[in-house]
Design a protein around this ligand. Structure first.
Ligand code: NAD
Ligand code: UDP
Length: 319
């Protein structure tokens, strides 16, 4: 049985990856310090003999007994609200955390895949974003703690690949959504759906003309699975290129939820990227991968999930 360590395993994406690798017959070790994650996301796996959970901060030395075939490094605060609240931990998990993972991988002779992000392109001057674009990031702006940690993480990973011959994979993830997002993590989808469910107006930042392209979580997980098993060591975009303005997205959520509330405009956060859309030609060519779930389908499933939360959870995670 192949053994895989997933850091950030109790988070949104990490927990879906745990599910996928359990389904594929792996022994899965999830590691998380629960700073933005939730054990509820993985509690259904606790009874399985091929699942283990380690409560640990990966920015500190990592010890895992036994062999490891793969390490997925997904630990990191991921939403602007989270990384603005905990900027130093964000920088540490992207630097010390990946150093620990790469060191562990050398000892275990494991392949490492890291969660990078479209944020490494910053406020992009090339559209759609191709992997060979180097980005437009403000290192000392509020988002710099996340963007630069992820850029450092890519550089460190590539150095271990080049100088130590370690097997590495780098996925640049574009805005992904689905069940198990935290309702109060501040990202636009849980923010809008949470507001609609609580009967509040939807808080659109700026005039809503900025764009994003949203990928359903199952599509992302399939892309990551294929990348891990491929022999491609360069960074690869995984995302859904179906681009939409935030205003249009707000209107879609209003329609989906049937809320009688409206979109209100709040100030645009500093350095908020004006446009974002992945060029996925490489993923298509190398992995034979492209997204399958339309935004209409994905939003419906995600809305059902949020609706199934208790009133207590809804209000506990209000802000
Ligand atoms: P999330 O906040 O739900 O998950 C992150 C997990 O990492 C949480 O469970 C958190 O407790 C854990 N964590 C954070 N710091 C840690 C540390 N020092 N030690 C151990 N665990 C720690 O966010 P997510 O959306 O699931 O994001 C997961 C990864 O994917 C992140 O690395 C993020 O940067 C990356 N990513 C996500 C998206 C997206 O759209 N969801 C886009 C680009 C990149
Ligand atoms: N956004 C918004 N209202 C909110 C939360 C976010 O209008 O309540 C906007 C935000 O300014 C950005 C877009 O939605 O332009 C996506 O934000 P998110 O935090 O989800 O992702 P990121 O900016 O990291 O792509």
């Amino acid at each position: 049985m192949k053994r895989i360590l997933i850091t950030g395993g109790a988070g949104f994406l990490g927990s879906h990856l745990c599910d996928r690798f359990i389904k594929e017959g792996y022994h899965v070790i999830a590691m998380d310090n629960l700073i933005t994650g939730d054990l509820k996301n993985i509690e259904h796996l606790f009874k399985l003999p091929n699942f283990e959970f380690y409560h640990h901060d990966v920015s500190k030395f990592i010890h895992v007994p036994g062999e490891l075939d793969y390490i997925l490094h997904f630990a990191s605060p991921a939403s602007p609200i989270d990384y603005l609240k905990i900027p130093i931990q964000t920088l540490k998990v992207g630097s010390l955390g990946i150093h620990n993972c790469l060191g562990l991988a050398r000892v275990k002779n494991a392949r490492v895949l890291i969660a990078s992000t479209s944020e490494i392109y910053g406020d992009p001057l090339v559209h759609p974003q191709t992997e060979d674009y180097w980005g437009n990031v403000n290192p000392v702006g509020p988002r710099g703690v996340y963007d630069e940690a992820k850029r450092f993480q890519e550089a460190m990973t590539m150095a271990y690949h080049t100088y130590h011959g370690l097997e590495t994979r780098i996925v640049r993830i574009f805005n992904t959504y689905g069940p198990r997002m935290r309702l109060n993590d501040g990202r636009v989808l849980p923010a809008f759906i949470g507001q609609a469910l609580r009967g509040e107006d939807l808080t659109m930042f700026g005039d809503g003309s900025q764009t994003r392209a949203f990928c359903y979580v199952d599509d992302l997980v399939e892309g990551i699975y294929r990348l891990l098993l491929s022999d491609y060591a360069q960074p690869l975009n995984i995302g859904n290129p179906d681009e939409i303005t935030i205003k249009e997205f707000g209107d879609e959520i209003i329609k989906l939820t049937g809320t009688s509330q409206k979109l209100i405009s709040l100030p645009l956060p500093t350095d908020d990227p004006k446009q974002r859309k992945p060029d996925i030609s490489k993923a298509k060519e190398i992995l034979g991968w492209e997204p399958k779930v339309s935004r209409a389908e994905g939003l419906k499933i995600t809305y059902e999930y949020f609706k199934s939360l208790s009133q207590e959870d809804l209000h506990r995670m209000a802000h």
